[in-house]
Design a protein around this ligand. Sequence first.
Ligand SMILES: *Cc1c(COP(=O)(O)O)cnc(C)c1O
Length: 477
Amino acid sequence: MEEKLIKDYSSPGRTAYSLPELDVEKRDLNSELGGYLREDLDLPEVSEVDVVRHYTALSELNYGVDSGIYPLGSCTMKYNPKRNEKLARIPGLSYLHPYQDEDQVQGSLEILYDLKLDLAEISEMDEITLQPASGAHGEFTSLMIVRRYFEARDENRKNVIVPDSAHGTNPATAKMAGYNVIEIASNQRGMVDLAALKEAVDENTAALMLTNPNTLGIFEEDILKITEIVHEVGALVYYDGANMNAIMGYAKPGDMDFDLMHFNLHKTFSTPHGGGGPGSGPVGVKDFLAPYLPKPLLKKGKDKYYWDYERENSITKVHSFYGNYGVMLRAWAYIKTVGGSGLKKTTENAVLNANYLKARLREEFELPYAEESLHEFVLSGSRQKEKGVSTLHIAKRLLDYDQYAPTIYFPLVVKEAIMIEPTETENIATLNRFVETLLKISREIKEDPELVKNAPHNTSVRRLDETQAARNPDLRW
Ligand SMILES: *Cc1c(COP(=O)(O)O)cnc(C)c1O
């Protein structure tokens, strides 16, 4: 499994190309143009086969959703049909230039407009911008809209409320948008504590940021009371819609009285994610917030689609041009392919898969919140921890069995958290294999804890210093 650096395959004089013999006068560009060529460049000298084998070997060290289950709770990549990849690469679509005249791209604008209508229907929001490039970017755009809304009303509200089970991007966004973050504790059932919420809201509250189901996978049964409590003080309620596969076709944020929200097209609607993008985080709002959406806004006129720039209350642009078009294409193709009943089925399968795993794993692993859950659930490795083996070790040991690990140590409200989201993608055989592997690891912990504590044993690299790579990346070899 070891793979050397490309330089280590180098042999003087070896090349990956062969050019025809020179049949024109040879010129020395370096002396003519003045020292452009560097003599001291120590480049690898390798053959074509060396290059192909090296990079193929590297690609095989990688684990992805095309290799096996990827049960990374909350941020999971859902189903990514390959045919949508193909569609996004159709030259007539992928070679469009954003400076092209509107009249030349009416077909593409129609696709985007159609996507807006579909997202509005899925969410029960009135108007949509497709500009933001990620979930976090959609959150940020939403909070800029919240800010603008209160500015227009001459109100200067300072606080944004975030439950303690929230995705980390929520408090980060609130802070970046210039708000104080007020964290409220969840109750014993893993839901928003209504008393704590009432205590936290006042005329200084700008918004509550909430996802439903929350990151424990639990649906807030008092959602209408929650939105009412926030609205009573004149504040807005924002919905984190990163993981719509928990509710699509069954519940809509607009019906739960949310005022605005973001979607992650690169989670729920087909585009692969990870490795930094590209993504797309459209924002949907109720009518009264539409004037503040970024510009330009895609509109349908009498006989053509057009970008509306005449928007004096807009928060202005949040992305160059119109956003990440290729991602929107995939989302549109996905929604059109499966249709309304297919989206509903997606939700059913995502929820069924998660509940199957939960039912099979809860005997062996502690389930801190026993409430019914939807597309994901959170176990605790605290029993295993008593044997000196932590959740991190369990996650590493899973890699030895050639399966990816769930999200760990999040949400923060669960000790030794193991957050599992199988998604709608996986079949029963894959789910069973995942369960049996986790049960096997649990047995190993009882019989030979050191084996698990020193995992992984079978991967190309073993224990990495994960924070070092994130905090001090050395991107130059
Ligand atoms: C993934 C996720 C986000 C952030 O989305 P990015 O595209 O990664 O910025 C926000 N909230 C929740 C609940 C998520 O799962």
